[in-house]
Design a protein around this ligand. Structure first.
Ligand code: SAH
Length: 395
């Protein structure tokens, strides 16, 4: 498949500002939480309300420099400029799908590249963000797992994926939904993910995206899962893929640490708000986990958990050794769950012509600043998905 790669200044769809160039040295202000910014101001004898002003410029008005913050005193702007910068990544490349999906390649300060997928739909605009460069979990269906973990993203690098994609949107378009389903495991990078969520959801001076419209997806790191449910109001999605211990351990080595048994037990006791459900993602791998018995066992094990199941047909990539089941098998699997009163939907892939569909995000080898554009490996796999059309999980 041809990658429809275009330079960043296209008129249709998102048009981010950066394009080429590099990230300025210094600590990005997006790395600071509200409390930390207040403390910084306080240490300089400045009132806390300045924090809100500054944050509104950053997160609501998408300022790219301190001098544009016109209601902030000049001295304060200068002080900020001496210590901080705005921005932690630049757009290296963006690819437009025929279905409107846009895949961004963002280059970070150390040359690492992460991917973010912008998914417009009639009733919402979803952004699929990454939380790590690479991934250390080694799921066998995921080609990029072979890359291993390069590093965790910082809070600013997570936040800036959203800011940069929003800057590129047409005036009347707002990113309404977020899914943490790009590269990496969000809960293996808990602090930065949690910090980013604070900035993103803060209705007073952050981006003000409702936690109801945000879904964090995890392989099931139990302690962090519990923390996330206690500390935030975002929706939780868990990549399950099998309820058989042996098979799940084969597909997802993390199952040797946190078994299906422990995972489901944890789900039963999680503080999930009344009107919300946990989403289980179930990747359908032809001849591996797509049989009638798999569906029956899955339904039986999920009984009593307020949940729904998203069925994700495998998006093939070279050398994976797995295949996508035929459509009738996918449909039958869904029907079998519904017949057992488990809510189940099949996810349509978005942006698969630009390798942005779930599981098609790839991360080419790390490039140094100033290197040429990253050439996507056609059909290369991903550390962890992307390109869902996002369904709010709760409600
Ligand atoms: N680490 C988190 C976040 C990744 S979310 C997690 O595992 O949940 C992305 C989803 O895409 C996960 O459910 C993952 O299992 C799935 N995925 C990975 N590779 C895929 C592929 N080739 N085809 C379809 N889905 C895939």
């Amino acid at each position: 498949m041809e990658l429809d790669s275009i330079p960043t200044n296209e008129a249709d769809g998102p048009t981010p500002r950066a394009g080429a160039g590099s990230v300025a040295p210094g600590r990005p202000l997006e790395d600071l939480g509200h409390a930390e910014l207040c403390a910084w101001l306080d240490a300089r004898g400045l009132p806390a309300y300045r924090a809100d002003q500054i944050r509104l410029w950053l997160f609501r008005k998408h300022a790219t420099a301190f001098d544009g913050m016109t209601d902030v005193p000049r001295e304060l702007r200068q002080a900020l400029g001496r210590e901080f910068v705005v921005g932690s990544l630049v757009v290296q490349q963006q690819s437009h799908s025929t279905d409107g999906t846009v895949k961004y390649l963002f280059r970070l300060r150390d040359g690492a590249v992460v991917e973010t997928v912008y998914i417009p739909e009639p009733d919402r605009v979803t952004l699929c963000v990454s939380t790590q460069a690479g991934c250390g979990l080694g799921c066998t269906f995921c080609a990029t797992a072979r890359m291993g973990l390069k590093r965790n993203l910082t809070q600013a690098e997570i936040v800036d994926q959203v800011l940069e994609a929003q800057r590129g949107c047409p005036e009347d378009t707002r990113i309404s939904n977020l899914v943490f389903m790009g590269m990496g495991e969000p809960l293996a990078n808990y602090e930065a993910t949690r910090g980013a969520l604070e900035v993103i959801t803060d209705a007073r001076s952050g981006m003000g995206i409702s936690p109801r419209k945000i879904t964090v997806s995890t392989v099931g790191l139990l302690p962090q899962m519990r923390r996330l449910m206690e500390e935030t109001r975002v929706n939780l999605a868990i990549s399950l893929h099998s309820v058989r211990e042996e098979l799940r351990s084969e597909l997802m080595p993390v199952n040797r640490k946190y078994s299906v048994e422990q995972l489901l037990e944890c789900c039963r006791s999680l503080p999930v708000p009344r009107r919300k459900r946990i989403t289980f993602e179930y990747l359908l791998l032809g001849g591996v986990n797509d049989g009638a018995t798999d569906a029956a066992e899955l339904a039986a094990r999920l009984r009593g958990i307020r949940c729904k199941v998203n069925l994700i047909p495998f998006n093939p990539h070279e050398g994976s050794g797995y295949r996508r089941p035929p459509d009738h098998v996918i449909e039958r699997f869904g029907e079998s769950l519904r017949a057992r009163r488990i809510q189940a939907h099949v996810r349509r892939p978005r942006g698969d012509d630009i390798q942005a569909a779930c599981g098609q995000l790839y991360h080419a080898a790390t490039v140094g600043p100033g290197d040429g554009p990253v050439r996507p490996a056609v059909n290369a796999g991903s550390p962890a998905g992307g390109g869902f059309s996002a369904d709010p999980v709760g409600g």
